[in-house]
Write a protein that binds this ligand. Structure first.
Ligand code: MN
Length: 323
């Protein structure tokens, strides 16, 4: 850890130590890292005697509702009272909290804890560890620095954060340290097979039908592959929008592919673009150039245009990045 990061962590620990009511905010379309890190952190703060509330700008996907504490998460706009501190985990930019901005008006200064290299440092204190494979790793360090003894519930949250953001320990971001942290969490009682089954082997028939329909649009151009989700596919399969999560891994798994793109048009006049790379191309620069953000190997953006226009804009930028 850099000395700047360790100084920032010390400052966050001091501020959280002095806090008494903390608002924690999930990001839009909360994923395993957002949910797992945030719920583990909220439990750690409660262990220190702090009052906490967790607000979600979008619903928690059903396959992540088992994470301890998920049942107490409230919708955007539904928090009560005021907070002396706001804590964001896994949020690269302020707009990632969507409709929870209203809740933020009754909260104190923002503490920003993250692992995205594109993090915009919008907090009063910013503790960003771009080397961490998941915000769950950063959260693990922070909970320990707070002097809280991890329990099995916090451990499940942190494990969910890490196992989801690393594609089950498969991505380039994974280090020996990632595995050492996971080993600690298993030692606290996390059952990895049970967690994996809950997250990945609980799919709806609709989501498999959506996958089949999306696969028919798969296109390949050398080391680049892409796929679409259209409003018609969502309607015909009956799948919910959150069930497009992870579909980008299909073109990514194609032999010889370096960059994979999923274009998801959910019929709201915009296209959500997910970008993945395997080893070489920094897709976060492509995403940032289109108004989004992320990591070198996983990034995304949302474009207010048609699917055809999004294809043109994104594929042109990706081809340039690949040269
Ligand atoms: Mn993350």
């Amino acid at each position: 850890m850099s000395s700047a990061a360790s100084r920032d962590r010390r400052r966050i620990v001091e501020r959280l130590g002095a806090a008494s009511r903390v608002l924690l905010v999930l990001h839009v379309r909360p994923d395993g890292d957002s949910i797992g890190s945030t719920l583990a952190m909220a439990a750690a703060l409660r262990a220190l005697g702090k009052a906490t509330e967790v607000v979600a700008p979008d619903p928690i996907p059903p396959n992540l509702a088992f994470v301890p504490g998920a049942g107490a998460v409230v919708d955007a706009g539904a928090t009560r009272g005021s907070f002396d501190t706001a804590l964001f985990l896994d949020c690269a930019s302020l707009d990632r909290i969507g409709g929870a901005t209203a809740d933020l008006e009754r909260a104190g200064p923002i503490l920003n804890v993250d692992h995205h290299s594109s993090n915009q440092r919008y907090g009063e204190i910013n503790y960003v560890e771009p080397q961490a494979a998941a915000c769950g790793e950063v959260t693990y360090d922070l909970i320990r620095a707070l002097g809280v003894a991890l329990d099995v519930e916090m451990a499940v949250g942190l494990y969910v954060a890490i196992v989801t953001d690393t594609g089950s320990f498969r991505y380039q971001s994974v280090t020996a340290r990632t595995h050492r942290i996971a080993a600690q969490l298993l030692g606290l009682g996390v059952r990895p097979a049970e967690v994996a089954e809950r997250i990945w082997d609980n799919r709806s028939l609709a989501s498999l039908r959506l996958e089949a329909a999306a696969l028919r649009t798969l296109e390949r151009e050398g080391e680049l592959a892409w796929m679409d989700v259209t409003p018609q596919m969502l309607a015909e399969s009956g799948a919910a929008a959150y069930e497009t999560e992870g579909l980008v891994n299909l073109p990514r798994s194609l032999e010889g592919v370096e960059v994979a793109v999923l274009f998801s048009d959910e019929g709201r006049g915009e296209v959500r673009v997910s970008l993945r790379s395997t080893a070489r191309v920094d897709v976060s620069t492509v995403a940032v150039s289109l108004g989004g953000g992320g990591h070198a190997r996983a990034a995304g953006c949302t474009l207010g245009m048609s699917l055809a226009a999004a294809h043109a804009a994104v594929l042109t930028a990706v081809r340039a990045a690949m040269r």
